[in-house]
Design a protein around this ligand. Structure first.
Ligand SMILES: NC(=O)c1ccc[n+]([C@@H]2O[C@H](COP(=O)([O-])OP(=O)(O)OC[C@H]3O[C@@H](n4cnc5c(N)ncnc54)[C@H](O)[C@@H]3O)[C@@H](O)[C@H]2O)c1
Length: 398
């Protein structure tokens, strides 16, 4: 008998919805149907739907009655309400990064995230995270945390090497940086929940948490979780002496555009993470692992799978080369299949398999919860100019 397709509805029709939709088209072995999309702006969601031959729903409630899975591609501030509504309706949820966070007190009271007390933010972000996780557990549906780096082939290969060689990560260093998000919601704390810390450092951070989970499961039969963070944040494009030459996005209101985070783990080992909005030349996604038995460099972007010299910009006007490249003239490293290098289709494949097989996805609620705790503890540390702060882990996720 033919298996019934998993029916998916997407919430949000921005950049993330575009690569999620494309990834659903690449799922193999499991029938999947993207039924439709909902978003705040009628004209935008209808354009998205018509282009893909799917339905545009006027509300989340209308979409919920037609699907098995809600793919939450809304900005961070909507992750909790959209996810909880979906769980309460008995749907599985895929939720983009950041899992959830703190978006200011109710009402429009001149909230500025960069000046708001960070201990309150941490407590509120943890409560939000626990509410979503509790809703998932109560509904007995899957919470799939869309941290695509976990599924990047380079990261999966390192996970395999780590597990099969029984390695121990002593130190890791990595980062994500580029010249600024295209999302209009990014840059306003109320909508995004923060800047480089929650928007960018989350990728290498979750990936390290994942690798330490694997290392712990292999060596000790339980994950090695994060212990403390020491962090600094800066607002470089708003510094009085900063001079804009027009190449970097600079219209942030109350978020940081640079961060560094030093992390210690339960086993005493360490990691350093950098993230920023001030880097040209394409998105820079990288992770270096220093283990007791190997070294690995995961170059998600740029990768040197291809090198191109293009003497005249307009020759490749309609050829996509790589995310946020800036200029197509001269030497570049085009990404031949960027979605795959970043792990987007593999992530959606794992989520569909997890739902079908009733198992946990590789990137699930523990990773989501631990990431929120570490990111907002980093803000507390940054407020104290880098003082070490404990990561308040949820023991029920252990
Ligand atoms: N993993 C990655 O590489 C990656 C890349 C880009 C974005 N993201 C994440 O994906 C999410 C969306 O980012 P984006 O760049 O697509 O944002 P965007 O601002 O371009 O689009 C957001 C969409 O959500 C809709 N929306 C907002 N509130 C809603 C609500 N309550 N109900 C339904 N729809 C609502 C908006 O109308 C819009 O269509 C963010 O959390 C972002 O961090 C992840």
């Amino acid at each position: 008998m033919m298996q019934k397709p998993i029916r998916v509805g997407i919430a949000g029709c921005g950049n993330a919805a575009v690569f999620h939709y494309a990834s659903f088209q690449r799922v193999t072995g499991i029938p999947v149907e993207v039924v439709g999309v909902t978003s705040l702006q009628k004209s935008r969601r209808e354009e998205f739907a018509v282009r893909r031959g799917i339905r545009a729903f006027d509300s989340l409630a209308d979409l919920l009655s037609e699907v098995d899975v809600v793919d939450n591609c809304t900005p961070g501030y909507a992750h909790e309400p959209v996810s909880i509504a979906a769980f309460e309706a008995g749907k599985h949820v895929i939720v983009e990064k950041p899992f959830t966070g703190y978006y200011g007190p109710p009402g429009n009271d001149g909230f500025a995230g960069n000046r708001f007390p960070k201990e309150t933010m941490l407590a509120e972000a943890l409560s939000s995270s626990r509410r979503v996780i509790a809703a998932a557990l109560k509904s007995r549906r899957k919470l799939c945390y869309a941290e695509n780096w976990i599924y990047a082939p380079a990261v999966q290969k390192e996970a395999e090497i780590l597990a099969k060689s029984k390695g121990q990560i002593l130190w890791a260093i990595g980062g994500q940086s580029h010249s600024g998000s295209p999302s209009p919601a990014y840059g306003v704390w109320r909508l995004s929940g923060g800047g480089s810390v929650v928007g960018k450092s989350c990728h290498p951070l979750s990936t390290l948490l994942y690798l330490k989970q694997i290392e712990g499961a292999t060596l000790y039969g339980k994950p090695i979780r994060p212990c403390t963070v020491s962090a600094r944040t800066h607002e470089i494009t708003r510094a009085p002496a900063f001079v804009s030459k027009g190449f970097l996005r600079t219209d942030y209101t109350d978020i940081e555009d640079y961060c560094q985070i030093h992390l210690t783990f339960e086993d005493g080992m360490v990691a350093d993470i950098f993230a920023s909005e001030i880097v040209m030349g394409g998105v820079h996604n990288w992770l270096d692992i220093f283990a007791n038995n190997h070294r690995a460099r995961c170059n998600l972007s740029p990768s040197n799978a291809m090198e191109l010299y293009n003497p005249r910009e307009d020759q490749v006007d309609d050829v996509y080369l790589m995310e946020k490249l800036g200029t197509k003239q001269g030497w570049s490293n085009p990404a031949p299949d960027e979605y795959s290098t970043f792990g987007y289709p593999q992530e959606i494949q794992d989520f569909m398999e997890a739902i079908t097989a009733d198992r946990q996805p590789k990137s699930g609620m523990r990773l989501a919860g631990d990431t929120v705790a570490a990111l907002y503890a980093a803000y507390v540390s940054a407020e104290r100019k880098g003082q070490e702060v404990e990561v308040p882990l949820d023991p029920t996720l252990g």
